[in-house]
Write a protein that binds this ligand. Structure first.
Ligand code: GDP
Ligand code: MG
Length: 212
């Protein structure tokens, strides 16, 4: 069977420095945990996104997962970082309450930078669950309610717990919403690596596949 085109999405990781975004990124990419900042920078050497593939209902999905590349330390995330993003994972560290409180600012900054927040998926993710909890779950639930998302995760990039599962759940939600828009005639937006946003309308394809 000929391989059809892939549906592509872009997902960004945002949150305070030190919450474990790069560790999460590397856990997804390489399946391991890299302890020191020095080693992480060497391994990444400027690479700021990875490609993650999964299949949902026979539809091949290709996700571009973007790490900040350290720009958040100087509050210098570019508009390019947000451009064409379909979802953001708002990350905090469960052992640092301050990083949780700062999520609101990350949420507001991203909302301003994003061109289309109506069709946007948010996830809230507490990382470092292998360490003692300093953020109560009730506050996290309230935050999720305020943001309007049901996507709430607790992960450990160190042990790998819930890392891939959390990413895949975000991807599933992005895809579900994208397919729903397509079904209601609002087109399906997918991200392309070239930076061009492709919109296909219902019935415009002769391909039997429901998604591509
Ligand atoms: P970033 O600044 O958000 O990209 O965070 P990093 O991935 O650079 O991680 C910051 C620090 O937290 C590093 O010392 C990591 O080794 C550590 N770290 C990241 N994730 C975890 C985790 O799940 N558990 C523990 N115990 N430490 C972690
Ligand atoms: Mg980092």
């Amino acid at each position: 069977m000929a391989e059809g085109p892939k549906t592509e999405y872009k997902i960004i990781l945002i949150g305070d420095p030190n919450v474990g975004k790069t560790s999460y990124f590397l856990r997804v990419r390489d399946g391991n945990f890299v302890e020191t900042e020095e080693l992480r920078s060497t391994i990444l050497s400027g690479v700021e996104y990875l490609k993650y593939e999964m299949t949902i209902d026979d539809c091949k999905i290709l996700v571009h997962l973007h790490d900040t590349g350290g720009g958040e330390r100087f509050r210098t995330l570019t508009s390019n970082f947000y451009r064409h993003a379909n979802a953001a994972i708002l990350m905090f560290s469960v052992e640092d309450r301050f990083t949780f409180e700062n999520l609101q600012e990350w949420y507001e900054n991203a909302s301003e930078a994003l061109p289309d927040i109506d069709n946007f998926v948010w996830g809230v993710l507490g990382n470092k669950i292998d360490l003692p909890l300093e953020v109560d779950e009730e506050s996290v639930d309230i935050k999720c309610e305020n943001i309007g998302t049901k996507l709430k995760f607790y992960t450990s990039a160190k042990t790998g717990e819930m890392v891939k599962e959390s990413l895949e759940e975000v991807i599933r939600e992005v895809h579900k919403q994208s397919m729903a828009r397509r079904a209601t005639g609002h087109g399906m937006d997918t991200f392309r690596p070239s930076g061009v946003k492709i919109t296909s309308t219902p019935g415009s394809s002769t391909n039997k596949s429901k998604c591509c």
